[in-house]
Design a binder for this molecule. Structure first.
Ligand code: PDD
Length: 283
């Protein structure tokens, strides 16, 4: 990556964007993050991402770095300095720098870092390719609602998917239910045309894209049900897809060795992608 990054109060060249080795994010994964898409020079769903950041921080007892307003200024300044039109911003807040000790001291000064990722603008048509996913056991901790930088199970799962020639891995809990993808939320469309995505609790990340799409679906009077669904049900679904800020919506045409529906991108996925892009292009 080139360009300008933000490290603990300073804008620096990305090549010199270093944090201290005793940053607790580095030693303990003691930190949280957000990935916010940038489209046409604008932050997509900024308020929802900052709400979730605030919640993640408060759940682990890390102070918000400055104020929401000052963070908004840093994010905009990063887009300006990097002349970022399309891509994403990665922002991370760790508990801060201290001598290594599991027991942290209260009221540490959090460390904020921000980096940009440039990308070609997403295209509706690109979202309409079909993707394969594999299923893997969900071996994560019991607070997946917190967007923690501790992502070992996710990165191992994603790598396993890549090795299998798939784009994503869906994680399966002990009851055989799909929780979510390693970097995305999971959805299916049932034979009766119901859109199903898992309910929110501590088992999954409350995806910002998930939430936006539920809104679009409801406004279009498409039936949405938030409930758990099993891997077996997903394999017999009419459609399946997954969503995230950077991937937007990816239709799933195969899970493990099973073809989904007719093995092509379905009409519900198409409608949702259209609704999402219509909103994106009118902001
Ligand atoms: N990942 N679930 C997990 C485990 C995720 O890591 C993500 C996002 C999502 C989707 O959330 P959202 O719609 O708010 O992006 C669900 C980001 C993109 C990442 O880690 O890069």
């Amino acid at each position: 990556m080139t360009g300008i990054s933000y490290v603990d109060g300073r804008y620096v060249s990305h090549a010199e964007a270093f944090v201290h080795m005793e940053d607790r994010g580095y030693q303990f994964a003691d930190g949280v993050y957000e990935v916010i898409a940038v489209y046409g020079g604008k932050l997509v769903d900024e308020a929802s991402h900052l709400d979730r950041l605030e919640r993640s921080l408060s759940e682990v007892g890390i102070a918000f770095p400055g104020s929401r307003a000052s963070l908004g200024i840093v994010l905009r300044e990063m887009m300006r300095r990097n002349r970022l039109k399309h891509g994403s911003l990665y922002l991370q807040v760790t508990r801060g720098v201290a001598r290594r000790d599991h027991a942290y001291v209260d009221a540490m000064r959090p460390v904020l870092t921000v980096a940009v990722r440039r990308a070609t603008p997403p295209l509706r048509s690109a979202s309409l390719a079909g993707y394969r996913v594999i299923s893997i056991p969900d071996i994560r901790w019991k607070r997946c609602d917190i967007k923690s930088v501790g992502l070992l199970p996710n990165i191992l799962g994603k790598k396993q998917a890549m090795r299998a020639g798939a784009a994503e891995a869906w994680m399966i809990d002990e009851a055989g239910m799909v929780t979510e993808g390693t970097t995305s939320n999971a959805w299916i469309v049932t034979a009766t045309g119901e859109l199903v995505t898992r309910y929110l609790d501590e088992g999954i990340l409350p995806g910002v894209t998930r939430r936006a799409l539920i809104g679009f679906a409801e406004r279009a009077q498409m039936p949405v049900v938030q409930r758990a669904f099993s891997l077996a049900e997903a394999k017999t679904a009419r459609e399946a897809f997954y969503t995230s800020a950077t991937a937007i919506l990816r239709p799933v045409i195969q899970i493990d060795e099973t073809k989904i529906g007719d093995g092509v991108v379905g009409p519900v996925a198409r409608r949702l992608v259209d609704a999402y892009f219509d909103a994106l292009e009118t902001v």
